[in-house]
Design a binder for this molecule. Structure first.
Ligand SMILES: Nc1ncnc2c1ncn2[C@@H]1O[C@H](COP(=O)(O)OP(=O)(O)OP(=O)(O)O)[C@@H](O)[C@H]1O
Length: 347
């Protein structure tokens, strides 16, 4: 897996808040203002443990990236936290959100007033998420009327303002366009407008640019970040790309086969990765003008064939005899959380 960082993909983010603090990812850490605290999130599909004891905390106004290879469980985390897991799945753990003690315990009725209002999601493919039979305007105004109880005229006015704020030129005229009449980038802008319509506290963006041309991707990532920051909301981005994540988000959670390997401030994790897997991911990032690096050996094991301890043990260049048998706990090291029996020393 290799990634190329294009200059236009570099989105400035606020400077990190000083030197590495005590680990803000371990639940219960004092000093942060947590909006979402996920503790021990585990998802079973049959006997397969798709997510294994995932824990992290997201502070108010913070942007966090879930990063990892395909199948690592990134989308499953977002879906589980929004009560949208498809198919048969058993979920354990806890996810405290603002004044809601546990999102994982909410029944379908309990989501009313929460999903779409206080927690919203931007999906991978706006073209598939938007209803092809209704105009952009009617889809946006129906959200505003249903969720906020606005009358028709106020909802229309607000919809035009929202479309304008997400960069859709000639917003009033676009209201009567059908999704297929818009480009992929414009469709994703409409999705951002719909997701932000009710001023949510928390936004999930599940690979929101994967269906878009690479030149448009940075614009949409920038738009989502600008909009969420302007509203003081928090955002969880699901991304494949460690480089893009580190350039755009305050913090990173690195996942491998359903387990958290390392998490912490983006600059700390990318500049000085201590988990062998994070270092492996970083080695796959190439920058324009540099030579390509050797691709990493091995591949992610299947969920039916996982070691009982650290799931990365089968592929890890620093594995010890205990690694495959004994799961390393998430502990604090050099300003980040780390689950590793034999971490890298500083670079
Ligand atoms: N509805 C489902 N039924 C059964 N297994 C599923 C279902 N959805 C996801 N999985 C499995 O859960 C694991 C994690 O999938 P998930 O989509 O969360 O990973 P991901 O990191 O988001 O991957 P990608 O980057 O490719 O989207 C995979 O092994 C996947 O096959």
């Amino acid at each position: 897996m290799t990634h190329t960082i294009l200059p236009e993909m570099i989105v400035p983010r606020p400077l990190s808040r000083g030197p590495a603090s005590p680990d803000p990812y371990l639940p219960g850490t004092p000093g942060s203002d947590p909006l979402l605290t996920v503790t021990g999130l585990t998802v079973y599909r049959g006997s397969r443990r798709i997510l294994d004891d995932v824990s992290f905390t997201l502070a108010r106004g913070e942007t966090l990236a879930l990063v990892g290879e395909s199948g690592a469980g990134k989308s499953t985390i977002a879906s589980a936290l929004m009560g949208l897991l498809a198919g048969r799945a058993r979920v354990t753990g806890q996810a405290a959100f603002d004044d809601v003690p546990d999102l994982l315990a909410i029944t379908s009725k309990g989501w009313s007033g929460l999903r779409g209002q206080r927690i919203a999601m931007i999906f991978q493919d706006a073209g598939a998420a938007l209803n092809p039979c209704f105009t952009v305007g009617s889809q946006l105004t129906s959200v505003l009327r249903r969720q906020l109880g606005l009358d028709r005229a106020t909802a229309r006015q607000r919809a035009v303002t929202l479309l304008d704020s997400v960069g859709l030129n000639d917003a009033a005229a676009r209201m009567s366009a059908y999704p297929h009449q818009l480009s992929g980038g414009m469709q994703q802008r409409v999705m951002v407008a719909i997701a932000l319509a009710c001023d949510p506290d928390l936004l999930f963006a599940d690979e929101p640019t994967s269906a878009l041309d690479v030149t448009i991707q940075a614009q949409i990532v920038r738009l989502i970040l600008d909009q969420t920051r302007a509203k003081g909301a928090s955002c969880v981005f699901v991304l494949h790309d460690l480089a893009l994540a580190s350039q755009t988000c305050d913090r990173i959670v690195v996942l491998y086969a359903g387990q958290v390997m390392e998490s912490g401030p983006s600059d700390v994790v990318l500049n000085d990765p201590r988990h062998p897997y994070t270092r492996l991911l970083k080695s796959c990032v190439i920058e324009i003008g540099t030579h390509d690096l050797d691709p990493p050996d091995g591949s992610v094991p299947g969920y039916d064939d996982l070691p009982g301890g650290c799931r990365f043990a089968t592929r890890c260049p620093r594995r010890l005899p205990r690694c495959a048998a004994e799961r390393p706990p998430l502990t604090t090291l050099a300003g980040r959380s780390l689950a590793c029996w034999n971490p890298e020393t500083g670079e």
